[in-house]
Ligand binder design. Structure first.
Ligand code: NAD
Length: 512
């Protein structure tokens, strides 16, 4: 690993003596699994450690569920869906429960943000005003859906039996039991993106949080209980991917699996789902381009593209990790983004003034460090950063690579860290082809002023979201997901709810 020590190590660790009493008590507990409305230990009795990414210190312990626990959780979700109290609730009652949960999330927003920050390493300010605020908006948005899920009356002609008369309808019904498996970069947000539309649609859920960041999902489980959801509607099994996650994705009693994570594991999920041909949504990786046009507002483009990559330490599926700048602006934009990188204060999540926080795990730091080494060895030059720190916390310097080309792994592969590769271009007509030259297709941003040019370029980009003069702007109303190997399906908006519904045609012979 390339290493450097940029600051006294003590200032890079959270001071946990100052956290809220509620979170102190929460961390001190050994957490159990939520199955059928009860908090139970893993059948194996096993637990695993949760660490603070700023210090590598163990801060909590969580039950390590595996296939046996997934069986129990799926059975509970199956019963709740097929014959439990949930299956008899009216849409308006589902709405009321979802709103009650949203109220509780709002009430505990500060505490949830602090917990997310300690668990993931991210800034407590970002956790409060991005993670928790956005999750709350999604729960509220989805709470409005149960009473708006409508079918259609179909104008059938009955051509096969012309002497008969028919009336036909298409109805939308909940798919059934949903297995939700999520990544660690936005733990509460990702759990929300899955659970909120699934519950709004009337499904029941077994949630498997990422092993690196199980805490806010477990707190969400407590709030779900406090809100009064019937037992078995949301079950939470913490555990490892290859055991608990794999068991959930192949389970024959699960009707749909919804996954957010790497493209590599996404492929395993799709294969595992083939057993009972369960429905699949997979939200996967990205290598999103940020394109600066010749007429861009340079200052706005610098601030915006720096934010596009360094937000959440670059651990964002839609991070603007490839920066393409019109040649005449290239040196100015790169100097600006490099300046921004160099001036960012490194520090732990609970230090509200810190702008770059630790990565989620040592494994992730090592992975990013390997890319930094590979990039440098291949001839990429670091205009800023370039090193992982040797501190106990998992820090990596924000890095801007120039002198890069398509043959380098840092240009082709998703690094999932604070590393951007910057390249100049000469021909606007060519930039869509270059921007699309990746297996991913999650997002892109365009920075410029000429509306005509922007509108001609946007449709050519193979990406599920194209931002103009902004990046990473997400909203509960705006479907989010990928083209190409960035996934199948969409999160948020009505499209997400539709992903948890089956359509049933009902045809009546009404011949008189
Ligand atoms: P990951 O694929 O390693 O893990 C994601 C989840 O899958 C975890 O809960 C893990 O335990 C589980 N898992 C691992 N192996 C499994 C298996 N064999 N069977 C079933 N489940 C298994 O991903 P990660 O490193 O946690 O997250 C980073 C990735 O997530 C990045 O590629 C990022 O782009 C992607 N991501 C995508 C979106 C999106 O909306 N498109 C959002 C956030 C993150």
């Amino acid at each position: 690993m390339n290493t450097a020590v940029a600051a006294p190590i003590a200032s890079l660790a959270n001071d946990l003596s100052k956290i809220s009493a509620a979170n102190k008590a929460f961390l001190a507990r050994t957490h159990r699994l939520l199955i059928d409305g009860e908090w139970v230990p893993a059948a194996s009795g096993k637990t695993f450690d949760v660490k603070d990414p700023s210090s590598d210190a163990v801060i909590s312990r969580v039950a390590e569920g595996d296939a046996a626990d997934i069986d129990r959780a799926v059975a509970a979700a199956r019963h709740a869906f097929d014959e439990g109290e949930w299956s008899k609730l009216k849409p308006v009652d589902r709405e009321r429960l979802l709103h009650r949960l949203a109220d509780l999330i709002e009430k505990h927003a500060d505490e949830l943000a602090e917990l997310e920050s300690i668990d993931n390493g991210k800034s407590v300010v970002m956790a409060r005003y991005v993670d928790v605020k956005h999750s709350l908006e999604v729960w509220r948005y989805m709470a409005g859906w149960p009473t708006k899920i409508e079918g259609k009356v179909l104008p059938v002609s009955g051509a096969l039996m012309p002497d008969q008369q028919y009336a036909a309808f298409s109805m939308l019904e909940p798919i059934g039991v949903v297995g939700a498996i999520v990544a660690w970069n936005f733990p509460l947000v990702l759990a929300t993106w899955k659970c909120a539309p699934a519950l709004a649609a009337g499904c029941t859920v077994v949630l498997k949080p990422a092993e690196e960041t199980p805490l806010t999902a477990l707190r969400l489980g407590e709030l779900i209980q406090e809100a009064g959801f019937p037992k078995g509607v949301l079950n939470i099994v913490t555990g490892m991917g290859p055991t608990a996650g794999a068991a959930l994705s192949r389970h024959p009693q699960v009707d749909k699996v919804t996954f957010t994570g790497s493209t590599e594991v996404g492929r395993l999920i799709v294969q595992a789902a083939a057993g009972n041909l369960k429905k699949v949504t997979v939200e996967l990786g990205g290598k999103s381009p940020a394109i600066v046009l010749p007429d861009a507002d340079v200052d706005a483009a610098i601030a915006g593209t720096a934010g596009a990559i360094f937000f959440n330490q670059g651990q964002v599926c839609s991070a603007g990790s490839r920066l393409y700048v019109a040649r005449q602006l290239f040196d100015r934009v790169v100097a600006g983004v490099a300046d921004a990188a160099q001036s960012m204060k490194l520090g732990p999540g609970l230090d509200a003034s810190a702008q770059i926080n630790p990565l989620v795990s040592n494994i992730q730091r090592e992975r990013v460090a390997r890319y930094l080494k590979e990039g440098a060895a291949a001839g990429a030059r670091a205009a800023a950063g370039g090193r992982a720190l040797a501190s106990p916390g998992y820090y990596v310097e924000p890095t801007v690579f120039v002198d890069v080309n398509e043959s380098m792994s840092v240009v082709r592969e998703e690094i999932f860290g604070p590393v951007v590769v910057a390249q100049p271009y000469d021909d606007v007509a060519e930039i869509a082809r270059v921007a699309n030259s990746t297996m991913y297709g999650l997002a892109a941003s365009i920075w410029g002023r000429d509306v005509g040019k922007i509108f001609r370029l946007a449709p050519k980009l193979k990406a599920g979201t194209v931002w103009v003069n902004c990046h990473n702007m997400l909203d509960s109303t705006m479907p989010f997901g990928g083209y190409k190997q960035s996934g199948w399906g969409r999160e948020m908006g009505g499209e997400a709810v539709r992903g948890y519904l089956e359509s049933k045609s009902l045809c009546l012979n009404i011949t008189g």
